[in-house]
Design a binder for this molecule. Sequence first.
Ligand SMILES: Cc1cc2nc3c(=O)[nH]c(=O)nc-3n(C[C@H](O)[C@H](O)[C@H](O)COP(=O)(O)OP(=O)(O)OC[C@H]3O[C@@H](n4cnc5c(N)ncnc54)[C@H](O)[C@@H]3O)c2cc1C
Length: 348
Amino acid sequence: GVSYYQVTQRNVRRESAATAFLRPPRPNLTIQTRAIATRVLLAKGRATGIEYIQNGKRVQAHAEREVILSGGAVNSPKILLLSGVGPADELKALGITVEHNLPGVGRNFQDHMDVYLAASSSKPISYNGHDRWNRALLHGIQYLLYKTGPVTASVCEAGCFLKSSPEVRSPDIQIHCLPAYVVDHGRMTIKGHGLTINTCNLRPRSIGSITLRSSDPFDDPAIDPNFLDDPNDLSVSMEGFKWGRRILGAPSFRQYIDKEILPGPEAQSEEEIGAYIRKWAKNDYHPVGSCKMGTDDEAVVDTQLRVRGIQALRVIDASIMPRLISGNTQATSIMIGEKGAALIREPG
Ligand SMILES: Cc1cc2nc3c(=O)[nH]c(=O)nc-3n(C[C@H](O)[C@H](O)[C@H](O)COP(=O)(O)OP(=O)(O)OC[C@H]3O[C@@H](n4cnc5c(N)ncnc54)[C@H](O)[C@@H]3O)c2cc1C
């Protein structure tokens, strides 16, 4: 299907899990900000609290019932590993005391990989340049007065879901159409007006990992999505790329598009397109799977989202997804939060 994308907004303002669930403030909830959780406190195989650093001070919070980790697919496994819950060999190599050998922590990591095409436009119709201070000021005033204009836009305006071949059970390619240059995560500036088509393999077979670099909680973990490890992923990305090019070449775009900038018309053969994909593909910010739910040896949480082998500890976030979903992950993550909350409230 083809459509405009839905966005999470309320009263023409961006909505987040924080604005939707934490406001107005709840009397039974204390939020510590500027606090970095460093480990789960464990005693005799049971989670008893959490240790965190706040304003340079080490603080402990104790739990009467249970501890919930919701650090996301990068940080929930990181905190478990720092707490001594994970693959024993990996922990020992870093000098971390093994509290519980749980081989799947940080494994099964997956993310969507984007391949984009960018084209220049001869007409001044894109968002490029609208963040310059003089224009931004006008857009800000327009938003304040009328709640309209570019300030309300998501930039990822429209898209579609497609099948890489008739044999696949449901669409395995997603396309985002952005009326602006958004190249290299927006870090590369290209002058003039243009648009970007992002194409994404929705069900990658390549599996990556999250691992600690050291036992220092302030060290970022190593994030390895292992993109294109499975050869099938390159074939699907190639199909997505071809769809992107087909869309750019559609008659309705002709009056707006000047020429393809990335990869450029010279990339035509499978080898040239493959080389472009390997060089320019990026993640789609959909990390999941590193504390997967299940019953096999690599599962980290059970179907109640309880960490296997540790009492009174759950993980409730995108890391519990066994496989990537065939679309953007935010709504599903919120659903996991809702379901997790219901599981906590269930008696027993
Ligand atoms: C740039 C970007 C763009 C995205 N765009 C979209 C989109 O358009 N549509 C869509 O559907 N999805 C999008 N996503 C994906 C979506 O945001 C995620 O799937 C979703 O937020 C995952 O929810 P989560 O609860 O698992 O983790 P998160 O939302 O990452 O929440 C984890 C929280 O834990 C906190 N935390 C982590 N470690 C610690 C620690 N040690 N101590 C204390 N707190 C900690 C973090 O600050 C964060 O608040 C995007 C993601 C990114 C990064």
